[in-house]
Structures are given as C-alpha cells and as structure tokens.
Design a binder for this molecule. Structure first.
Ligand SMILES: [Zn+2]
Length: 321
C-alpha cells in the first residue's frame, strides 16, 4: 500500500485465509492431474470462444500476465472483443479463440495494454465514467470502498482511454458508477446504462459493449438486461465462469449473455490454464443463455422507459442459476 492506502502490489489484495489456502491446494492438485493425463491439452484444443478478464495488472504481475497470454497464444487464436462477440452470436467458431477484457478502469491496465500490443493482442476495457479521470484520491478511495469493495487503486483518465483506442483496443461500459445492479430500482438501472453510454459517446465517440459490476446473476436482472439492448449496446458480459462452444444456429444479441473466466497475473500460470480447461470441460452448447425466467422480459417488444411499471424485475435477479 502507498501512504494514501492505495494498493500498489498484488499482495495488497490477496486473501490469506484458511479457505483460500485449501482452495489453492485443490486447484494445484487438480491442475497437475489434468496436465499429466493429457486432459488439459485436449480441453484447450477444443474450438470455442473464450473470454478472459482481469481487474489490475500491477508491476509485480506484468511478467505473469505476459506469460499467461503467451502460453494461451501457443494454442489459441486471439481476436478483438467485437470479433469474439460476433463469433458467439454466429456460433460457427472453428478454432480455440480467446479475447481479453478488464473491469473497473484501473490505471495498471494501461501497462497491460502495452504488453498486449507487444504480443499483437487487443482487449476491451470496461470503465465507469463516474470515476474516469478522477484525480482526488479521497474520492477514488471512497468509490473503491463503497462501490468496488476492495482497496483503492489509481484509475484511468480519458486521455489514456483515447490512447488505448488509438492503439486498437476497445472501451466498454461497466455502468456509470458501479452500483450493485441487483439492488437498484429499474429506473436507476436504466439511468446507469444511459448515463454511461452518453458519457462514453461524448468523450470517446461511441460504445458497443457492456459488462455488469460483480458479474453474478444476483448482481443483475431481466429488466436491466433488456435495457442494455434497448439502449443500443451490442453485448452484455457477466463474470460467470464458462466459455462458448460452437453451435449450428446463430442467435440474436439479446438472446446471449457472455461468460468470462477470471485470470490473474499473480496466479501461477498453470492455475490460469487450469481455469480455462475446467470451463471447457464443463461447457455445454446452451451456455450463452440467460436464466430462463428472464427471457420473456428481455425479448419483450416494449421499449425500456424510466416511467415503465417496475414490476418485480430486479428482484428476480437471484432467482435463477
Ligand atoms: Zn467491477
């Protein structure tokens, strides 16, 4: 931590608990078992679209991050986020395909983007316009504590976002101010999506992709999912682990919810590869789907409106999966 209490090193965020230690042993044992039996390589060779995401890439994580991407690159084809999204919708993916994204708009991802440039990989950075370019550290700290639930970290500013766009990366929306979208009213959820889009259009010229904060089903809802597409976003990403296997028939954007696997530069390389292989082994052809109970709302014709009846939309968030 620095003198303001901002995290500057991966250890500033690491959990040291009995549960975490046990979890690591289980992953360690299972990853070696899969590697020795050849099942890891078999899983990773399967055609699919696999989204990986991170939050931060501190100085001490840069080499681990580079090693992870380089290892994946040996057997996978990296595409841009927009290309990956279209492949999921089309369904006809014929090789192991990966793309990288980052949540929360943290400054350390700028150096990650440069490492990616060296490897010829382009990513998508999901930002919250309410905090982009905030220079007052007390404000960033309060935002981190109340909205991100982790120690404060420096954030990207708009010129750094523009710089990444110029280098071929993409900037996506992560809501306006990172609320728990499962807790807010339908009106607030729509405002978060709309303000974020307006800011990103005004500051950067446009935005296509959205990822919701915290990424679990309980942190989102059917009305919010519908609003994202009604507002013209092209895709919605969760942080539910998984990947997208080939399909015979295409789907509409609003029929699909993207799965993403979390990796970290500070985790051992074989743990990161293990998480990818585990998702492949568990994946089914319907893993692009929303919770079934959300579908009537998401597919309904009526345009989302702040004056629309609220119903029980967001309270349904935890109902399925
Ligand atoms: Zn987030």
């Amino acid at each position: 931590m620095d003198s303001d209490g901002f995290a500057t090193h991966s250890r500033d965020l690491q959990l040291v608990s009995f549960r975490e230690t046990v979890r690591r042993y289980v992953i360690e044992a299972d990853s070696w078992r899969l590697a020795r039996s050849g099942e890891l390589a078999t899983a990773l060779a399967r055609p699919r679209v696999h989204f990986i995401y991170l939050h931060h890439v501190f100085d001490d994580e840069i080499e681990g991050f580079r090693r992870t991407l380089a290892e994946i690159q040996k057997t996978h084809h990296f595409v841009t986020y927009s290309q990956a999204v279209e492949l999921v919708y089309a369904g006809n993916v014929d090789k192991p395909t990966v793309c990288v994204s980052f949540d929360d708009g943290l400054l350390s991802t700028l150096q990650a983007s440069r490492v990616m440039d060296e490897l010829g990989i382009k990513g998508c950075f999901f930002v919250c316009p309410a905090i982009v370019g905030e220079k007052k550290r007390a404000v960033v700290k309060r935002f981190a504590e109340t909205r991100l639930q982790y120690p404060a970290m420096d954030v990207l500013d708009w010129s750094q976002c523009e710089d990444m766009l110029r280098r071929g990366h993409e900037i996506g929306s992560h809501t306006y101010s990172h609320p728990n979208m499962g807790d807010v009213s339908v009106e607030q959820a729509i405002d978060e999506l709309q303000y974020s889009k307006e800011h990103l259009v005004r500051r950067l010229g446009g935005v296509s992709h959205f990822a919701w904060p915290s990424g679990r089903w309980a942190n989102f809802g059917a009305h919010a999912a519908k609003a994202v597409f009604d507002l013209g976003y092209r895709s919605v990403a969760s942080a539910v682990r998984g990947c997208h296997m080939p399909r015979a028939t295409p789907v509409l954007p609003r029929q699909a919810c993207l799965r993403r696997d979390h990796v970290m530069g500070s985790w051992p390389l074989h743990h990161n590869m293990y998480f990818l292989a585990r998702s492949v082994r568990r994946a089914g052809p319907h893993d692009y789907e929303w919770p079934r109970s959300w579908m009537p709302t998401i597919m309904s014709e009526r345009a989302a409106s702040p004056t629309a009846p609220t119903g029980d939309g967001l309270s349904m968030a935890g109902a399925a999966h």
